[in-house]
Design a protein around this ligand. Structure first.
Ligand code: PGA
Length: 244
């Protein structure tokens, strides 16, 4: 794991975005794994800027989002598709047909899981996977538990995750109770992982994820197994990771 620590968030966003831009410029047909949440918003802004400055094109890129809420269709304002559209998809030259995200509105969720997993298998190894971590250690919606799934699956969201994510919804009961998530096995098969975390609130879980034992109760700890893991943290998030 390569640890990159920045004093200012913007420096971190620029460095992480440059890493992704480099992957695309080396392989214009790159397959990207994308994450949502507050953490990667700055990275997406910097990717949009790089596109506007003609430093990168998404014309031949394909994207695979790691998760989506069950029950929310693409047009729902809180869907992860809407998030991606707002922060990246509508602002770059990525053709709609090259965007992949689980269909949260599918009536047959297990059928949707199979469809998405088949797409991922067809895509093969993702060139870069962008990830962040939840306060409880989840990666995508791979929630802490006694077992972790390698492949795409339907997951019940923990109450903690629903509480944390309720900030994006009108109220807690509006937060879906289930999601579809890419499995952690697919994520860690990516050629490269660009991992970002910011803020003091994440410091303790980052210590567990990167300094603790590999443990399904801290899904992020699985990332330690990845041979090409670039970790971008601000100083607050990195506070327990300095020494050793
Ligand atoms: P956040 O979410 O970026 O909004 O903190 C991260 C996550 O839950 O994976």
């Amino acid at each position: 794991m390569n640890l990159n620590i920045f004093e200012f968030e913007e420096e971190l966003d620029i460095a992480a975005a440059n890493d992704v831009v480099k992957v695309i410029n080396e392989n214009p047909n790159a397959a990207l794994g994308l994450a949502t949440g507050e953490t990667p918003i700055g990275l997406y802004q910097k990717l949009v800027q790089a596109y506007e400055n003609e430093q990168v094109s998404f014309k031949r890129v394909t994207t695979y989002n790691i998760d989506e809420y069950a029950g929310l269709g693409k047009a729902h304002p809180q869907s992860f598709y809407s998030f991606m559209k707002t922060h990246l998809f509508a602002k770059v030259d990525l053709p709609e047909g090259q965007i992949h995200i689980p269909n949260g509105a599918a009536l047959d969720l297990e059928g949707e899981v199979e469809r998405y997993e088949a797409l991922l298998k067809q895509a093969g190894q993702l060139d870069v996977q962008i990830l962040s971590i939840g306060l409880n250690g989840h990666i995508g919606f791979n929630e802490p538990g006694r077992t972790l799934h390698a492949e795409t699956h339907v997951v019940p969201l923990t109450e903690e995750t629903r509480q944390v994510n309720s900030k994006s919804f009108p109220s807690l009961p509006d937060v879906p109770k289930q999601a579809i998530t890419m499995g952690i096995g697919t994520m860690i098969k990516a050629k490269k992982i660009v991992f970002i975390a910011k803020g003091e609130a994440k410091a303790a879980i980052l210590k567990q994820a990167f300094k603790g034992p590999i443990n399904p109760l801290v899904p992020g700890s699985l990332l330690q197994l990845h041979p090409n893991l670039e970790v971008y943290l601000d100083v607050k998030a990195a506070k327990f990771l300095y020494e050793g």
